[in-house]
Structures are given as C-alpha cells and as structure tokens.
Design a protein around this ligand. Structure first.
Ligand SMILES: *Cc1c(COP(=O)(O)O)cnc(C)c1O
Length: 427
C-alpha cells in the first residue's frame, strides 16, 4: 500500500481484507484475546512473537488505522494514542528522561507548551524554547550535551507560523538527535515532514484527520530513518537491553524501522495507558477515508475567507500563510504548495468589543474551543482561553484583544463570506 498515491492510501491503506473478510476495518471491541497455551501467550509477553493479548497495549483496529497513517506520512511504523497530548508526550518521553533536555520551537500549541514547560519540567526534563524564525546559529546554540530531541509544529496552532523543517532537521542531525514534528494542521495531504528531514511525526487526530468533531485521538509515526546506534550513548533506551523485557535491545531486535514504536508501545503504553479506543479508531478511519477530498476544500475556504478579510476596512490584520503578504508565505510555498489549512486568524479594529459583536452576529460560524472540523467555528481568545489577561498582557503575548481565530469548515465559501460580511456590518 505504501507505493500508492496518498489519495489511494487514504481510502484503502492499512487494511487489506482476505477472502470473505469484512470489507471495512472491523471494530475489535474486545479488551482481551484468547490463547490455547500459556507458552503461546508467554511469547507475546516476551515480544518473541507478535500478536494481541490486551487492548491497553495493542488492538487490531488501532493497528490497521495506525498503519494507514504511517503509510500516509511515508513512515515505517505508527501507533495511535488516546489524544494528541498523549502522542506528543510519548514521542518525547520515549527518548528523553529525567536529567535530559529538549530544544523546541516556541511557536507551538498551548497544551504542548504547558506539557513541556510545566509537567515535563517536573519530571526533570528541561526545554529550551527558540523562535521558529531564529538563525541557524541561535538554533545550534540551544543544544546541550544532554539534548535528546528537537520539537516543532509544521503549522503552529494558533500562531499559524510555518516551521522551516529543513533548518530544524539540519540542526537536530548535526547534534545527533531526531526532529519530532507535530503535523496536525496540514496533515500528510498538505505536507509530509519526513520528506524534509523529520524523523518522527505526531498528530492530534482530533483535528482534520477525524475532521467531524467526533473523536479525540492522537498518532505517532516513525520514519525509521534515525540511526539510534550512531548516537548510541545518547539513546541507551533503544541501544542497550531493556530489563523489563528480558534484556531486549529494541534497535537491534526490531531494527531502525520498528524500534521506536515498539519501545513506545511496550514501555509507555504498558505503563501509562492512553490507548485510543477501537471505536474511536474506527471513527478516525472514516475521517481518513475522505481526508484527501476534504483538505483541499478547507484550504480553498480558508484562502477565500482570508482574502476577503484582508480587503475589509474593519479588519486590522490577517494571518494566513496563503496570503502573499504573510510573513510565512515563502515557507508555505516551499513546504505547503497545495495549501495550508482552513484556520485563519485576524484582528478586528475595535478590540474586544468589536470581536464580541462580530461573533454574536455570526450565523454559520459557531463559537467553539475547537478547530479543523467540517463546521466553521471561531474563538476570541481574549474573551475565552485568555480571558484572565489584561489588554496589555494580551498584546505582549501576541494575542491582541480583537483577535479572532476562525476555522473554516466545508460549507460554501460564498455563504461563509456573506455570513462574515453581515457580522462585520453589525460592528
Ligand atoms: C489540538 C492539538 C494538540 C493536542 O491534541 P488533543 O487531541 O486535543 O490532545 C496537539 N498539537 C496540536 C498542533 C493541536 O492542534
């Protein structure tokens, strides 16, 4: 399936039924699996044989869907997690432990920033945040002998900055560590970070991959390209025996193609849980089947709305990398030639009050803490997620009081623009 074009992989990747088997991926709604002998099951526990024994570790429905996402990203192995938060935590914690260090773009999802700057810091893992626009020199200066990975988002949520993946990959590889890229916003339909040098790709499948606002989930894909042995001292978890699995050395036994995901499943999923339910994996797959049809439409609607807003006198500024004047337009042309995503952010003249009147008057766009769904939605951070901040604090954080983030859905772009136009009139 890997050799087919992305459109075909979206529809048929990951699962090839045999004679008389279900055409659609079956939901294996079972916590456990039956074996004839204890010896058979023992081999699974020792990772001597592959198979299923308990859904917290692996479930066939999840594995089919993970294999589809891995194929879409051009990776060698993948796994699903219960959320995007779990995916990013697992991807980093699989190689960084207490006493280690991470280099990350500062322009990332708030939840991930919090995970790294507060919760992982409590675990003894320190992160240095660098501007995505930093020079290579500044980026290289952020590394330490105990740095274990570099992290960034292809298109950052909510800042909509575009990551120079090649720049970050070069720095990571020069220091013998992998680059982890959260590819949630473009999805592999818009960008395949592995082709630009990323080693591990993560997703909040809750967003466009599901695309219908029905199931929270996450995914991790390994490119299979990072040579753990070349930096063996840095990654003892992959290159030395795991005593909790009878002395298996992951990179040896499963090769570069399988080591990262097998270790992540065998250790982190075993110990932390955070498995996606097979029912959610089934919903996710329904979303994936039309991802290649939906993404161009999200991008088309985002572009049309951004262009309309940019020309409107009541709009102070628009952030959308598809606009020629946008700071990230050149990077977008390189990394996102087929369009970026449906999320547009803009600042209204008239601040918080104007935003409140505007949003109250929208008929199609609902006020929601969500993005990347079939239905258009929007949010004014100043009156919701950032409401504890003063106007001055908001400006300093790069979230002006009149900022609106709009996630363009799959409706008619003409209807969306008419709705926005009449709501702007009301201000
Ligand atoms: C939403 C989001 C997350 C977190 O995902 P959940 O599925 O909500 O846990 C992580 N990264 C990005 C870029 C996101 O947009």
């Amino acid at each position: 399936m890997n050799s087919y074009r992305p459109e075909t992989v979206c529809v048929q990747g990951g699962y090839t039924p045999g004679n008389g088997e279900p055409r659609q991926i079956p939901i294996i709604q079972s916590t456990t699996f039956k074996y004839a002998t204890s010896e058979d099951m023992g081999k699974l526990f020792d990772l001597e044989a592959s198979g299923y024994f308990y859904t917290r570790l692996q479930n066939p429905t999840n594995d089919y869907v993970a294999a589809k996402i891995a194929a879409l990203e051009g990776g060698t192995a993948g796994m699903l997690t219960s959320s995007g938060q779990a995916a990013n935590f697992f991807a980093m914690f699989n190689i960084a432990s207490c006493g280690d260090h991470i280099v990350s773009s500062s322009s990332i999802y708030g939840g991930t920033f919090n995970l790294m700057s507060v919760t992982m810091a409590r675990m003894g893992i320190e992160t240095t945040f660098v501007s995505p626009d930093c020079t290579e020199e500044e980026l290289n200066a952020a590394f330490r002998p105990n740095t274990k990975c570099v992290f960034g988002e292809t298109i950052a949520n909510p800042a909509l900055t575009v990551l120079d993946i090649e720049k970050f990959a070069r720095a990571a590889h020069a220091h013998g560590v992998p680059l982890i890229v959260d590819n949630t916003f473009p999805t592999p339909v818009g960008c395949r970070p592995i082709e630009w040098g990323a080693d591990i790709v993560t997703h909040s499948t809750t967003k466009y991959m599901d695309g219908h606002g029905v199931a929270v989930g996450g995914a991790i894909v390994d490119s299979g390209k990072f040579d753990w042995f070349a930096s063996a001292d840095r990654f003892p978890g992959l290159t030395t025996p795991d005593e909790s699995y009878h002395g298996i050395t992951y990179a040896e036994k499963f090769g570069l193609a399988g080591a990262f995901i097998t270790k992540c499943t065998a250790q982190l999923m075993r110990d932390f849980g955070s498995i996606q339910s097979p029912q959610h994996a089934f919903y996710l797959n329904l979303g994936l089947e039309s991802l290649h049809v939906r993404m161009p439409r999200h991008c088309e609607n985002g572009q049309a709305v951004a262009e309309f807003l940019a020309a409107h006198p009541k709009v102070a500024s628009v952030t959308y990398c598809g606009l020629p004047g946008d700071k990230y337009h050149e990077l977008a042309k390189k990394y996102l030639p087929n369009g970026s995503c449906g999320v547009v952010s803009f600042e209204l003249e008239g601040g918080r009050e104007a935003a409140s009147v505007f949003m109250k008057n929208l008929k199609l766009a609902a006020i929601e803490t969500h993005v990347a769904d079939a239905r258009t939605c929007c949010l004014n951070p100043a009156s919701s997620t950032h409401r504890q901040m003063t106007d001055e604090q908001l400006a300093a954080a790069g979230v002006p009081a009149g900022l609106v983030r709009m996630s363009c859905g799959l409706e008619s772009k003409e209807d969306l623009i008419e709705d926005i136009a009449q709501a702007l009139e009301a201000i």
